[in-house]
Design a protein around this ligand. Structure first.
Ligand code: AMP
Ligand code: ZN
Length: 479
């Protein structure tokens, strides 16, 4: 399996640290609002990577954080006049609903920055003790980039160039830096901000340290794959490498994977330009499966431009797969066991023809795997799925044996499942059915059977129905 590694700027054969296991860390979103469709790209891409490893028999330990303390969260909290944990908790829940809609599986572990402060303080102390970090007069702790000889190795930047680039820029509040390329590990609190006690000052961590700490805690000092969007290469991932390798004295991650950006009108998505959609916006017009299919229609390292035309094309493509699957299910229900035929000769001829079809199916599976093993080329993998759809539509019919129908159907299901594409059409749910389930949930809550109540909520979510408990009672809407 070949993976493009940002660190070596080349496609490399994947060699796990431990046979049969993959340890993978993906930088997750900062939760101050609904996630936008740009944030959805790494979620979908790396969920697909995880699914492919699992398809190949690997045991994948997949960790992805939520950054729940940050300037943007604090700003949103001040604007609403609530504690910043109210904002982060709310948007973590909303993000999980979007993930579910996009069929992105929950990580093995989703650590929260605010729950890992002790580990961060410990790693920062280690960095200070080893001379890789220092405390400025105001209590800010900085990482000393000049102490880490390989600083710049991921982004292929040279420390001297970086230093001269930074020299002209003086940032207020960072006068205590020894060098302009040094970065913050811990900073003093400001009025009204959440803070934690540390040996240096009451304050909060810099952004980069959380991933080094969570990755170590949940996956160990060395991991196979570290991933995120390409904007994270510098400075975030460069700084994570510096922190982890300086503290642990070991290579941090063997493969660094980065998805390219999702653009709108060939421009970077941004709130200020107004060319920005949340996943929730899209869910009002499309099943989020369409969004997933759209994301996978391009290679993850190619920039992808969001457009209605492409979304419509993805919707039609998905529809072709679902229709073909529906037909195969119907054929399966009707098909008889074994090849049917008038006479022995006819039967043999038919078995021969079916064996040919199965050979073609196998060739398409190989084509699909070759695409996925070439740095997860989902665009080519999807082409193989479409070829399979065509083969199913033309070579499987009422006269086919059950074995053939089942085999083609199973192959199609499996290949779609690795892409996270559901092959069953969502049933249209009636309002009355939803209200009946909500009433059952209310009854369960009254009886303090919260497990059942949660289960019902989960089932509804799976059907694309989101519940909101308000003062006026339970409100629901379709995602
Ligand atoms: P953030 O919440 O900004 O830290 O972003 C969470 C993840 O989404 C990171 O991996 C980012 O690199 C990624 N990301 C943000 N915007 C985009 C975009 N427009 N296209 C692709 N990935 C993005
Ligand atoms: Zn990170």
């Amino acid at each position: 399996m070949k993976i493009y590694n940002t660190l070596t700027k080349s496609k490399q054969e994947f060699e796990p640290l431990e046979p049969g296991k993959v340890k993978m860390y993906v930088c997750g979103p900062t939760v101050y609002n609904y996630i936008h469709i740009g944030n959805a790209r790494p979620m979908i891409v790396f969920d697909t990577v995880r699914r492919y490893f699992e398809y190949k028999g690997y045991d994948v330990n997949f960790v992805s954080n939520f950054t729940d303390v940050d300037d943007k969260i604090i700003k949103a909290a001040i604007e609403e006049g609530v504690d910043s944990s109210v904002i982060s908790k709310r948007y973590i829940e909303e993000c999980k609903k979007d993930m579910k809609g996009m069929n992105v599986r929950p990580a093995t572990k989703h650590p929260l920055a605010t729950e890992e402060i002790d580990g961060m303080i410990e790693m920062i102390q280690t960095l200070i003790d080893k001379g890789h970090a220092y405390v400025a007069a105001d209590g800010t702790v900085y990482f000393r980039t000049s102490s880490f000889k390989e600083y710049g190795k991921l982004s292929h930047k040279n420390l001297e160039d970086l230093q001269s680039g930074f020299r002209e820029i003086k940032v207020t509040g960072e006068e205590g830096k020894e060098d302009p390329t040094d970065f913050v590990l811990w900073k003093p609190k400001k009025e009204g901000e959440p803070f934690w006690v540390s040996p240096w000052c009451e304050g909060r961590p810099g952004w980069h340290i959380e991933c080094s700490v969570m990755s170590k805690k949940y996956l160990g000092e060395q991991i196979d794959i570290h991933a995120g969007g390409e904007d994270l290469i510098f400075p975030h991932h460069e700084n994570e490498i510096a922190q982890s390798e300086a503290a642990n004295g070991k290579t941090f991650a063997n493969y660094w994977m980065h998805n390219a950006f999702l653009n709108i009108d060939n421009k970077k998505m941004s709130k200020s330009l107004g060319n920005f959609f949340t996943v929730r916006d899209i869910s009002e017009q499309y099943d989020l499966q369409v969004l997933r299919f759209f994301m996978l229609s391009a290679h993850y390292r190619s920039p992808l431009n969001f457009s209605r035309d492409l979304m419509e094309a993805s919707k039609n493509g998905l529809e072709r797969i679902l229709t073909s699957m529906e037909r195969l299910r119907e054929l399966e229900a009707k098909a008889a066991d074994g090849a049917q035929g008038e006479g022995q000769k006819e039967k043999e001829a038919k078995e021969g023809r079916e064996a040919e079809v199965l050979k073609d199916v196998q060739a398409l599976v190989e084509k699909y795997e070759a695409a996925m093993e070439d740095d997860f080329n989902t665009a080519d993998a999807i082409s193989a799925v479409f070829e399979l759809v065509k083969l199913a539509n033309t070579s499987v019919d009422e006269t086919s044996s059950k074995e053939l129908v089942v085999s083609v159907k199973h192959t199609m299901e499996t290949l779609c499942d690795v892409l996270g594409i559901l092959t069953e059409r969502k049933k249209e749910v009636l309002d009355s059915e939803i209200e009946e389930m909500i009433a059952k949930r209310q009854a369960a809550r009254k009886a303090k059977n919260f497990a059942l109540a949660d289960e019902i909520r989960g089932t509804l979510l799976g059907m694309g129905i989101v519940l909101e408990d308000t003062r006026e009672g339970v409100k629901w809407k379709r995602m």
